[in-house]
Write a protein that binds this ligand. Structure first.
Ligand code: SF4
Length: 65
């Protein structure tokens, strides 16, 4: 599985998708969950925009990852 780089460029891509996601917990500073892991305060999952994200496609991520 490719490792998603934890950098500013990827964070600015993530915010376009995670930032408007109904499952986004909105904890300040938390983004890029595919690189950094789960939120410290996860919300009940009520949707996911990751499949539309450029990083998802670039790194060929899948739900099992
Ligand atoms: S795949 Fe999901 S968590 Fe990762 S950058 Fe894209 S929207 Fe954010």
């Amino acid at each position: 599985m490719p490792t998603v780089e934890d950098n500013y460029e990827n964070e600015t891509i993530c915010i376009k998708f995670c930032g408007v996601c109904p499952s986004y917990p909105g904890v300040k500073g938390e983004l890029l969950f595919c690189a950094r892991g789960k939120s410290s305060s996860p919300k009940q999952k009520s949707g996911c925009n990751c499949g539309m994200c450029d990083i998802w496609n670039k790194y060929d991520l899948c739900p099992a990852n």
